[in-house]
Design a protein around this ligand. Structure first.
Ligand code: A2P
Length: 276
């Protein structure tokens, strides 16, 4: 059975393991989504910025026609916030994403805090309204630091149910994960494989070898055993399937400690404070 994580806002649960459509070309999206659903994924991470929401919508419509239960799917979208990061722009973006998808959005997130603009708290209030109005099941943020999340809590009284951040063995985000745990926030890792670069690491290779699994499977298992959610990317059906086949083994405490020792703080993407 796929693992699920409870949302602290009482809106149910999400699968711990999904897949992302970042940089998947629109013309490839229907094929990738179909392959992901065929492999058993039920959480699909999309965003306005990925430019493929209409194709994702077409793939979802096809899947439902083919008998997949829409209620069992979790579909994420995110407010990009550029050129304008305002509550009105967030509402328009939400409406546009919902129209493009042709189905409800289950999880809506602020994609980046863009802290220099000083607008993310106002935008968060708009997401809270969307949820209270029944437009979206759950709301979260992406690329927020502890300081950004704390401000949301202090100024609105509402914590995000999910914070999606870059995390992989070089950037395990232990402190942020502990902070999230105190506030009932799910940590959802993007680039959980370090954009495949982490898979070349010899320690990861040795651990994977000992368990008879691939480096990607070992890293995915590490994320799950930390108690987090993750959205690895692949456009290949066999890798989508491989990445979900992670239940037949367990990393030992020693494996977990060896992976923890790989932390360098190296990012594959932008630091949350740096995106304007
Ligand atoms: P591809 O799409 O060709 O499968 P991340 O999720 O950390 O951003 O990593 C995504 C990258 O990792 C993509 O380039 C993807 O390539 C590659 N990848 C995903 N799954 C695997 C796997 N099981 N083995 C090797 N590479 C993988």
């Amino acid at each position: 059975m796929p693992r699920t994580l409870e949302l602290d806002d009482g809106s149910g649960s999400i699968p711990a393991l999904g897949f992302v459509l970042y940089k998947v070309a629109p013309e490839e999206t229907e094929r990738v989504v179909a392959a992901g659903l065929e492999a058993g994924y039920r959480l699909i991470d999309g965003a306005e910025f990925y430019g493929n929401e209409a194709a994702l919508g077409a793939a979802l419509a096809q899947a439902v026609d083919d008998g997949i239960d829409r209620e069992a799917l979790t579909v994420t979208s995110k407010f990009w916030g550029d050129p304008e990061q305002t509550p009105e722009a967030a509402r328009r973006a939400f409406d546009a994403s919902e129209r493009a998808l042709g189905t409800r959005i289950d999880v809506y997130m602020i994609h980046w805090p863009r802290p220099a603009r000083e607008r993310y708290v106002d935008v968060w209030r708009e997401l809270v309204e969307l949820q209270r109005g029944g437009r979206v099941r759950t709301i979260g943020v992406s690329n927020f630091t502890e300081q950004h999340v704390q401000r949301l809590i202090d100024e609105t009284g509402v914590a995000p149910a999910i914070n999606q951040v870059e995390s992989h063995p070089w950037l395990p985000q232990h402190a942020l994960r502990a902070f999230h745990a105190q506030h009932g926030i799910i940590t959802q890792a993007w680039s959980p494989l370090g954009r495949a670069r982490v898979l070349q690491d010899s320690t990861i290779g040795q651990i994977a070898g000992r368990h008879g699994v691939s480096p990607a499977q070992a890293v995915i298992r590490w994320h799950l055993q930390l108690g987090g959610a993750l959205i690895p990317k692949s456009t290949h059906p066999h890798r989508l399937a491989e990445n979900r086949d992670v239940e037949g083994f367990s990393l030992t405490d020693d494996d977990m400690a060896q992976i923890a020792a790989l932390e360098t703080g190296e990012r594959t993407g932008t630091h949350p404070d740096d995106r304007q």
